[in-house]
Design a binder for this molecule. Structure first.
Ligand code: ATP
Ligand code: LTN
Length: 333
């Protein structure tokens, strides 16, 4: 049974506080996927430093993110949960893959163009090279599938290109990964501006609901959510983006389908929808936050998870790296 399971790889950067968008689009799905795949879940701290970070804060966010993963139900026994910088093979493979990647390809990446604009004072090589490090992450573990939101699709495509390029020049070395699209709530939008995706680095904090927001803050943000003036609770992404977004969030957090949600709000107004959505989110977040706090107080446990994860991840990663070193002609004693 075990050997036939496909490998799934995913990671999140330990920057800012995660939003319910990250939960619906990433971590919530991880929990379901861990029973179906052999999962590698990383904390991408090496990606995080492509934008300047405060060291103490990065360290703190890293621990918080690990505690959050576990509090959300990601099981460190069932999957490999680890910190990217604790496995040297990531940097090592990224260097080799750099020599199979063209500067022009990297300059064309949407995220690079976007982040260069937002961080014009620090357009560093790491920012340009970000997708190559991501390719190294994925390819080291011979991942079959990578769950991707719309924003990471381009990075997965370049990963596939790099893998195929290497395989064609030498011989099959890397598994070429497939994207795995999520069914519900692939994209959650900003509560204040439903044309924008909900993001952890949004300018207006009222538009994003953070995993760390307390119950009152959650309710307040939903009550102030931007809707429309038509008054009918109906799912129509184009004409009613605000209401549709609330329905998606309600559905994801309460476990009913969007159709069922629409039915249950028949004849009721937006105030009810906002209230119910806020409640559903609050109900889920409170126990997660309690568990996260409990875990954060147990440094020994978290460090143990990190150590164990690094060891298990390195075992798989080093096998791939060794193969690559051999193929490119590095002399080995
Ligand atoms: P930043 O604002 O720092 O760019 P982000 O909130 O966009 O961060 P990422 O770190 O880019 O988050 O993404 C982490 C994971 O969460 C990815 O798998 C991404 O697809 C998913 N994700 C991010 N935002 C949303 C969203 N609004 N809806 C659904 N999934 C999301
Ligand atoms: N760039 C991703 C995080 C990330 C990732 C990965 C996702 C780093 N390495 C490998 C999937 C596979 C992000 O910011 N969402």
């Amino acid at each position: 049974m075990e050997e036939t399971r496909k490998v799934l790889y995913s990671a999140v950067q330990p920057t800012n506080s995660l939003t319910i968008g990250n939960y619906i689009g990433a971590i919530g799905n991880w929990v379901r996927q861990q029973t179906k795949y052999d999962c590698f879940y990383a904390i991408a701290d090496m990606h995080a430093i492509t934008v300047r970070q405060t060291p103490a804060e990065l360290r703190q966010k890293t621990r918080e993110l690990l505690a959050l993963y576990i509090a959300c139900g990601v099981d460190p026994e069932a999957c490999v949960l680890y910190l990217q910088s604790s496995v040297p093979a990531h940097a090592e493979l990224a260097w080799v893959l750099n020599t199979f990647t063209y500067v022009g390809e990297m300059e064309r990446m949407t995220q690079f163009k976007d982040k260069s604009q937002r961080h014009a004072e620090n357009i560093n090589m790491g920012l340009l090279d970000y997708p190559v490090l991501m390719a190294a992450d994925i390819l080291l573990y011979q991942a079959d599938v990578v769950p991707v939101g719309a924003d990471q699709k381009q990075h997965l495509e370049i990963t596939r290109d790099i893998a195929e390029r290497f395989n064609n020049i030498y011989s099959p070395t890397f598994k070429v990964p497939e994207p795995l699209f999520t069914e519900v709530g692939a994209k959650i939008y900003d509560l204040q501006d439903p044309a924008k995706k909900m993001s952890k680095s949004a300018e207006n904090p009222n538009g994003s609901v953070f995993m760390t927001d307390d119950g009152d803050a959650v309710m307040k943000k939903f009550k102030r959510a931007v809707t429309d003036s038509d008054g009918e609770v109906r799912y129509d992404e184009e004409k009613k983006p605000g209401v549709s977004n609330l329905l998606t969030i309600y559905s994801a957090f309460s476990g009913v389908t969007v159709d069922e949600a629409v039915k249950s709000f028949e004849g009721r107004g937006y105030a009810d929808l906002k209230e119910a959505t806020g409640e559903a989110v609050r109900e889920k977040l409170v126990p997660i936050q309690e568990e996260q706090r409990r875990l954060l107080a147990d440094k020994g446990y978290l460090d143990g998870v990190f150590r164990n994860g690094a060891e298990r991840a390195a075992r798989t990663a080093n096998k791939t790296l060794e193969k690559v070193y051999r193929k490119v002609g590095f002399y080995k004693v």
